[in-house]
Design a protein around this ligand. Structure first.
Ligand code: ATP
Ligand code: MG
Length: 512
């Protein structure tokens, strides 16, 4: 029996106008954790969709050998029948169904007479939950779980299908450090049970920590496969493969002296839209021109809720407190008013709020500032294209043209479209909510460079990020938020991961 459970040879996959994969090869050893990395749009997700039959046999060129046999799957059921299970980055659970129902969806546990055997369903689900280390009741609706736990439910679901090769596409992109560590541990345990894992990730620290081999893909081609076993492969080494050169630094330097105050909120409180509790509790903060101010907090601390409520009350109810722009109190009660007042908010949730996925790059980039393109009530179409082209160049968006539909771009490139859209509104204050989630290292550097350019132009930037090194690398000053309250504020020179963490967990279990 071959040492390899999977060999993909000479895979070529094209879409109209795009060659996503060109003669790509991948060899995965039995029982290893194999990481795939590469820049946004390199072709990682496409390769895994070819493997799992999302793109069926016949729609690509090349050969796939699984377990010593040539295979060509007609669809995802077909690959699952062979034990290949893919967990996509956008989790696919049904929110209002229970954990157990989700696990056995399409694969129901039935008793005599064909009725669903709930006792068996829940009992088997409970056993699977134990095996992934999730301590939840199987009848709990999935909507009540955070993303970290949902990810574990997806894995439990994969295990119920007798998985032999588990594919995880950016599994930790939306997870905090604690949940990520838990997931990586689980992958190690699965490996010990003989399950092979393929993991796509932009988090190079995780890759060096957990993977046995790493294949690097660049521009739709395989660059190399690195043996990670002896610990000699560093993050810098992987980056060199990804971008074809060394990256001098993770964060570009900046020398801007902050000027006048641009944004201030005082005693800002926000109530949950349906529940009777405060998600932001008397928060006060300010940002000056030329300054990057970070907001650190754990999941549920109220960071996004704070930002969205400031952005024209796009979130919450009973919002109270005062909002000042350049020293003048304003009421931005709608998103349109917020934009008119020079506030922009680039969302972390690009699928739901940030983009119109069925529209093209051009339409998305111009959407938040159409009035700038209007002449006597008509949109100047040529100008719109120029603006979108400019955005595409500035952000280095990988799309064949600005007429490309955004939903077909790779995840990281969609995120860049979100940024291009808000930059075009030319805001005084730009609030960036997890702007580099799912973004490759090279593109992160580009985004940081753009942030520096903005503050050099006298703009104010608020950066919400779950990655403390990113806050420490990019901010002038950092606020910490816990349970909706500002628990600390410090210049970056005084901040460390440890003291931030301490403030982020302060009054965490406070009952209000
Ligand atoms: N359905 C599609 N139609 C047209 N083009 C597509 C489609 N899916 C992917 N592409 C293109 O193929 C290329 C590879 O995309 P893919 O999603 O595989 O990248 P990726 O490596 O997963 O990137 P990311 O890290 O941003 O997720 C990109 O240029 C993308 O725009
Ligand atoms: Mg992808």
């Amino acid at each position: 029996m071959s040492d390899h459970i999977l060999e993909m040879r000479g895979i070529t996959k094209t879409f109209p106008g795009v060659t996503a994969l060109q003669d790509v090869s991948l060899a995965v050893r039995r029982g290893e954790i194999h990481a795939i990395c590469g820049e946004n749009g390199a072709g990682k997700s496409t390769l895994m969709k070819v493997l799992s039959g999302v793109y069926p046999a016949g729609s690509y060129d090349g050969q796939i050998v699984f377990d010593g046999e040539p295979v060509g799957f007609r669809g995802i059921q077909d690959s699952e029948a062979r034990g290949i299970v893919i967990i996509h980055q956008e989790l696919a659970l049904v929110p209002y169904l229970s954990i157990a129902e989700n696990i056995f969806l399409g694969n129901e546990r039935r008793g005599r007479g064909g009725l669903i055997d709930w006792h068996r369903t829940n009992a088997e689900a409970a056993a699977l939950l134990r095996s992934v280390g999730l301590h939840e009741n199987p009848v709990t609706p999935v909507i009540q779980l955070g993303v970290g736990k949902q990810q574990l439910v997806e894995i439990a679901k994969a295990l119920s299908k007798k998985v032999r090769l588990l594919i995880l596409d950016e599994p930790t992109a939306a997870l905090n450090d604690v949940d990520s560590a838990h997931l990586l541990d689980l992958m190690r345990r699965l490996r010990d049970q003989g399950i092979t894992c393929i993991m796509i990730s932009h988090k190079l620290g995780e890759i060096t920590a957990v993977s046995d081999s790493t294949t690097v893909i660049r521009d739709g081609r395989t660059v190399e496969t690195l043996d990670m076993s002896d610990g000699a492969v560093t993050q810098d080494r992987i980056i060199r493969g990804m971008v074809g050169r060394d990256l001098a630094a993770f964060y570009p330097t900046r020398s801007v002296t902050p000027g006048d105050e641009v944004l201030r909120i005082e005693d800002w409180s926000v109530r949950h839209p349906t529940q009777d509790r405060l998600v932001v509790d008397r928060a006060s903060l300010h940002v000056r021109a030329g300054e990057v101010v970070g907001i650190a907090g754990l999941m549920g601390a109220g960071r996004t809720e704070l930002a969205m409520s400031v952005f024209g009350r796009a979130y919450g109810r009973d919002i109270s407190g005062r909002l000042f722009l350049r020293g003048r109190e304003v009421r931005a009660r709608t998103v349109a008013e917020a934009i008119a007042n020079g506030i922009a908010y680039a969302t972390e949730d690009r699928k739901h709020y940030g983009l119109n996925l069925i529209d093209d790059v051009r339409g998305n980039v111009s959407a938040a500032a159409l009035d700038k393109l209007a002449r006597r009530g008509w949109i100047d179409g040529n100008r719109e294209i120029q603006v979108a082209e400019q955005g595409r160049r500035d952000m280095n968006i990988k799309a064949p043209t600005v007429m490309s539909v955004v939903g077909k771009l790779s995840g990281g490139n969609q995120q860049k479209v979100v940024l291009a859209k808000w930059l075009f509104t030319d805001p005084d204050v730009l609030i960036l909510d997890e702007p580099t989630r799912g973004i490759d290292v090279g593109a992160k550097f580009e985004i940081y460079t753009i942030v520096n350019r903005l503050v050099a132009d006298g703009k104010a930037v608020v950066l919400i990020s779950s990655e403390l090194p990113e806050l420490l690398g990019m901010c002038d000053r950092i606020y910490t938020l816990a349970a909706g309250r500002v628990t600390g504020e410090m210049p970056v020179a005084e901040a460390t991961q440890e003291n931030l963490m301490e403030l982020m967990t302060k009054d965490r279990d406070l009952v209000r």
